[in-house]
Design a binder for this molecule. Structure first.
Ligand code: ZN
Length: 171
């Protein structure tokens, strides 16, 4: 963006910013965007074309926080915005319920068991959430580690097809 602010940024609508953010991939799961994951909580554009984006990281223990921050900033700057502020908030904490339906399906196709909706989980709170094998849909799965490569995920193995896979921790 060498050319300086475009006159159009004065009339920038928050919806345009949301659209740009919808193209920012989750740094850990490239098949979904940060908006698919429900991470972007608020977008404001003031009269001077200054943009403020508030996001909630999926898990506070997740790495790549700075990657998300920079990706958001870049996506907004690509709209011709010069003044962008990216804030992170942990209140309210991110919940797997914020993941949109379409993204759940893509997570499954990617080989990550989507989290059970929290409402379902509450009914069986004393038990582990029902996690299905993303390959064969079997419920005959075992958790092999309480978290995977990151704190966001758990590692499972399917006893039906013997495939290991990652699942989300429902929070
Ligand atoms: Zn399986």
């Amino acid at each position: 963006m060498e050319q300086g602010p475009e006159p159009s940024t004065i009339n920038l609508q928050p919806s345009a910013v949301w659209k740009a953010l919808a193209a920012v991939p989750d740094p850990e799961i490239p098949v979904v965007s940060i908006t698919d994951m429900g991470m972007v909580r608020d977008v404001t554009v003031d009269g001077g074309g200054r943009v403020q984006v508030t996001f909630t990281p999926t898990f506070s223990g997740c790495p790549a926080l700075h990657v998300i921050r920079e990706s958001i900033e870049q996506a907004v700057r690509a709209l011709g915005v010069q003044d962008v502020e990216v804030r992170s908030t942990l209140t309210p904490p991110w919940t797997t319920d914020w993941i949109n339906e379409d993204a759940r399906e893509r997570l499954r196709q990617y080989g990550i068991a989507p989290p059970a909706p929290a409402g379902e989980e509450q009914l069986i709170q004393l038990d582990a959430e029902p996690t299905r094998c993303p390959r064969c849909s079997s419920l005959n799965v075992r958790m092999t580690a309480s978290f995977g490569p990151t704190l966001c995920k758990r590692m499972y193995v399917c006893d039906s097809c013997k495939e290991p896979f990652e699942g989300f921790k429902s929070v």
